[in-house]
Design a protein around this ligand. Structure first.
Ligand SMILES: Cc1ncc(COP(=O)(O)O)c(C=O)c1O
Length: 446
């Protein structure tokens, strides 16, 4: 009997052919649908009422867990006060308050905030800001961006051009901004490094090689995730980000850090740039900015960049021809304000840092499982490489399905599993996560 024929009535009521799922094998989903109908705390619930532990904070977003009443109330209040205004020519109190609250968490000086609707929009906005900045400085020829193999920066055309993931760029190549790529930072000799690998800072010199090849006078910015998340959690080698920073400084190249996954406590500090003690010129944010409750992203920009662009504009002239209908959406701002308040009041980032030791200890205990070929982790973010099956990506996909059936929701990319527990989770739920994972991995033959 197939799953379709086994499907209970409430599944039949929910499913149709109209909804096209993103980043999903749709045909397989129709045969074997995985649905969530409710969420609370660390758990999702399927239509049968079965609890499924959320091991990836929704998708790196629900840092405070699901169903937080404070957020629901803030959103409800805002909808009855000012449900919507666009921010073109008009402001509203929530936008200023959210920008201020966010600035208080950011590294000093990175406190000019451009709101957007998602991580992809944040990345594309950051690229445009970099171009506008160089133009304002009289360096309009700088329009090449440097990215990295295995990078994920969203799916808009800027992000796709930056992308270092073959499947995400292959079908859409050749139409975006000009991007050149450094090597990724995975090295075989660093396998099973807990935290930052000790070896590999030399990989930052790829930026120097690209400068030699293309000319610093043509390069606008270098864009990196502090920890490359979606590709399977590549933690930067000790000294690598520092070296990138030095090279950027020497050549007037902006350093953009994409903290869409790392931001808001994932690394034990508010932002990974603080954990790694690096000063980016621009930070892109999204996901946990509203605890995933509403779509929102932000670009945090240094005062120098912001002021250069604003001062280059004439009186009564728009200085930066960019923005979205949903930029600083009042309801998203209310959700962000309520989320940021909880981060502060509950000291969430420090609590995440304190849980990291136990998390990493359980994560690295998977070394030796026959299916596991590498493990990486930092803060509350972990990546596990699995031995591939006949086709690349097949193993990762099958394992995440088996995990779902066993009561654990994780992300897979290719043959890597990615773990990002809710930051306010407890030791016992971390233990439960790894119990399910260990049990499922041990039932699969390499
Ligand atoms: C580092 C990074 N940048 C950008 C994005 C894109 O964000 P969104 O899916 O909200 O557009 C993601 C999404 O996972 C991400 O991990």
């Amino acid at each position: 009997m197939t799953l379709v024929t086994m499907m209970t009535a409430h599944y039949q009521d929910i499913l149709n052919d109209n909804f096209w799922l993103p980043f999903t094998p749709n045909k397989d989903f129709r045969n074997d649908p995985k649905l969530f109908v409710r969420a609370e705390g660390d758990y999702y619930y399927d239509p049968d009422g079965r609890a499924i532990l959320d091991g990836v904070s929704g998708l790196f977003a629900s840092a405070l867990g699901h169903g937080r009443k404070e957020l629901a109330e803030a959103v409800h209040r805002q909808m009855l006060t000012l449900d919507f205004t666009a921010s073109f020519y008009r402001g509203h109190p929530g936008a200023f308050a959210a920008a201020k609250a966010l600035s208080a968490l950011l590294p000093p000086g990175l406190d000019r905030i451009f709101f957007v609707g998602s991580g992809s929009e944040a990345v594309d906005t950051a690229l445009k800001i970099a171009l506008a900045y160089h133009r304002a400085k009289g360096r309009g020829g700088r329009n090449i961006f440097v990215s990295r193999e295995r990078a994920y920066h969203g799916v808009n055309f800027g992000g796709v051009s930056l992308s270092g993931l073959p499947n995400n760029r292959r079908n859409f190549d050749g139409v975006g901004p000009r991007v050149v790529h450094m090597r990724h930072t995975w090295l075989a000799e660093n396998r099973y490094s807990r935290g930052q690998p000790g070896h590999g800072d030399f990989l930052a010199d790829d930026l120097l090689r690209l400068i030699t090849l293309h000319g610093a006078e043509n390069i606008a910015a270098c864009v990196v995730e502090p920890i490359a998340g979606s590709t399977g959690v590549l933690v930067p080698p000790v000294g690598y980000l520092e070296r990138l920073r030095q090279i950027c400084d020497r050549h007037d190249i902006l350093l953009i850090m994409d903290e869409v996954i790392c931001g808001f406590g994932r690394t034990g500090r508010a932002f990974a740039s603080q954990s790694f003690n690096i000063r980016p010129d621009i930070i892109t944010l999204a996901k946990a900015i509203t605890n995933g409750a509403l779509p929102m992203g932000a670009v945090a920009v240094s005062r120098d960049i912001h002021d250069s662009i604003i001062n280059a504009g004439g009186e009564r002239e728009i200085e930066f021809f960019h923005g979205y209908t949903w930029s600083a959406h009042p309801v998203a701002c209310a959700a962000a304000l309520a989320t940021l308040a909880i981060y502060q009041e509950e000291n969430v980032f420090a609590a995440a840092g304190a849980l990291s030791g136990h998390f990493l200890q359980r994560l690295f205990a998977l070394q030796g499982q026959p299916l596991v070929t590498d493990i990486r982790g930092y803060g509350l973010l972990g990546g596990i490489d699995l031995a591939p099956a006949a086709n690349a990506g097949q193993r990762g996909y099958e394992v995440q399905k088996k995990l779902f059936d066993a009561g654990l929701h994780l992300k897979s990319t290719g043959d890597a599993l990615i773990i990002a527990p809710i930051l306010v989770t407890g030791l016992e739920r971390i233990d439960r996560l790894f119990e399910i994972l260990t049990r499922v991995l041990s039932t699969i033959k390499p």
